[in-house]
Design a protein around this ligand. Structure first.
Ligand SMILES: Cc1cc2nc3c(=O)[nH]c(=O)nc-3n(C[C@H](O)[C@H](O)[C@H](O)COP(=O)(O)OP(=O)(O)OC[C@H]3O[C@@H](n4cnc5c(N)ncnc54)[C@H](O)[C@@H]3O)c2cc1C
Length: 415
């Protein structure tokens, strides 16, 4: 157990920041721990904001833990207190109120912000992006009164919101610039099936379509696109996120669409600074080169790794298997592993019509699995990929990962 001289300072009270501080205490770290959290809320989880619970956002509790958790563990939580500058030579952060605060080790857990919609009219009333709890409240209230919703961006958040709006009776159109939905995140094979399900639920989807302007007098009324004009009482856009890496950049630390860290998640420019979660760009054994991942799993696992490293002084590389989920109406999409565009993808039907899997192979080795409404297959994939046992296309001929995992377990038990 070690105590860093001036303690650990975490900038960002989100999923990753929470994981750092809870792990620090759980691992026996007894030095000072301070979290600067810019939002006026206790650290909370974002996934419910765009899903079913969003419908009753006014009533839902999304905090990760109650306030007593921090008090009982002597974690100083500075809610509504943003850090505006970082001085690595002096090992201090500067808060918006002008306070200089020293650190022994600094963890940047600042997350990401929404990419702005770069078209005229994006500042009209009735145009929103979703990232924070407050955004969810605003959109949730608006959904109670609008009839026509245009969702700009066919990514995870856009599709989740499209189904929430549809479930609330709105007329919903998703406008996507690329020629398909989820073009970076999901294979073309699985995407086609996902699209069918959304269209069956009454969501209109326009791919290969550019939003050119949002129009209306004071409030949005129309969306001008390359395929014509759409009426809109509400526009929600989700066209990607950019990492909040400006503190690091302005302090002269290496930044490349995210704070560049080594395999232990330390800044490559300063070992007294770590970065975790959406704001970190890091090496990963499953990726070619550096990656930046935006997922709850990544935020939790990276935070825990850094918390353990600081508490116990035990260096360990970040190697967690990436996984992700997205609930889009009646579709649960789950992904494990990192697929690349050149991987060979095979679709495998499940034992009921709504279940489907896509297996991705690289050099005839399973590297990623996408599933629709098939959690058991996702879990089997996670177990197999976590173990690192090679699985080839031939191993999966005429069978599923669940069945293969069961067969392999049976062999292990016998031997
Ligand atoms: C609507 C929505 C739905 C999602 N759904 C899923 C899902 O289904 N599955 C999944 O795996 N992932 C999902 N994600 C992604 C997931 O929530 C993020 O990957 C995760 O929250 C990242 O954690 P983080 O701590 O890095 O960032 P965040 O949780 O974003 O927290 C960063 C915090 O740092 C604060 N901050 C930033 N700068 C400063 C500063 N200078 N000073 C003080 N505080 C600062 C921010 O205000 C923010 O509260 C979703 C994200 C959104 C927005």
């Amino acid at each position: 157990m070690t105590s860093t001289a001036a303690g650990v300072v975490v900038v960002g009270g989100g999923q990753a920041g929470f994981s750092v501080v809870s792990t620090l205490r759980a691992s026996g770290y007894d030095g000072p721990v301070t979290v600067f959290a810019a939002e006026p809320h206790l650290p909370y989880q974002r996934p419910p904001l765009s899903k079913k619970a969003h419908v009753e956002a006014d009533g839902i509790r999304v905090e990760l833990v109650p306030e007593t958790f921090y008090r009982e563990r002597d974690i100083e939580l500075r809610i509504g207190d943003a850090v505006v500058a970082l001085d690595t030579a002096a090992a201090t952060v500067v808060t918006r109120a002008g306070e200089h605060f020293s650190y022994g080790h600094l963890v940047l857990a600042t997350g990401a912000r929404n990419r702005p919609l770069p078209v005229p009219g994006a500042d009209l009333a009735g145009v929103h992006a979703l990232r924070s709890f407050d955004d969810a409240l605003t959109i949730g209230r608006a959904l109670a009164t609008v009839r026509t919703v245009v969702v700009v961006g066919g990514g995870f958040i856009g599709l989740e919101l499209a189904r929430v709006a549809r479930a609330r009776g709105a007329d919903v159109t998703v406008v996507e610039l690329a020629d398909r939905l989820l073009s970076r995140a999901v294979s073309a094979q699985l995407e086609a099936r996902l699209r069918e399900r959304h269209e069956r639920a009454g969501v209109r989807i326009l791919t290969g379509t550019a939003v050119q302007a949002l129009q209306g007098s004071g409030r949005v009324e129309r969306v001008a696109t390359s395929q014509g004009v759409l009426p809109a009482d509400l526009v929600v856009y989700g066209i990607g996120a950019v990492p909040r890496d400006e503190l690091a950049r302005e302090a002269g630390l290496a930044v490349q669409d995210g704070v560049v860290v080594d395999e232990q998640l330390r800044s490559v420019s300063d070992p007294r600074v770590s970065a975790v979660g959406d704001c970190a760009r890091h090496p990963h054994p499953h990726a070619d080169g550096l990656v930046r991942l935006e997922s709850v799993q990544n935020a939790i696992d990276q935070g825990a790794l850094v918390g353990r490293r600081i508490a116990a002084g035990s260096p360990a590389p970040y190697e967690s298997l990436p996984w992700f989920w997205s609930d889009q109406g009646d579709v649960k999409l789950q992904i494990v592993g990192l697929r690349s565009a050149s991987d060979e993808v095979r679709l495998v039907p499940g034992d009921s019509p709504e279940r489907l899997a896509a297996y991705a192979f690289r050099d005839d080795r399973l590297v990623a699995v996408e599933t629709l409404n098939w959690p058991a297959e996702h879990l089997a994939a996670r177990r197999l990929l976590e173990r690192g046992t090679p699985v080839s296309n031939g191993d999966l001929a005429g069978t599923t990962l669940g069945a293969l995992a069961r067969a392999r377990r049976a062999v292990e038990v016998r031997t």
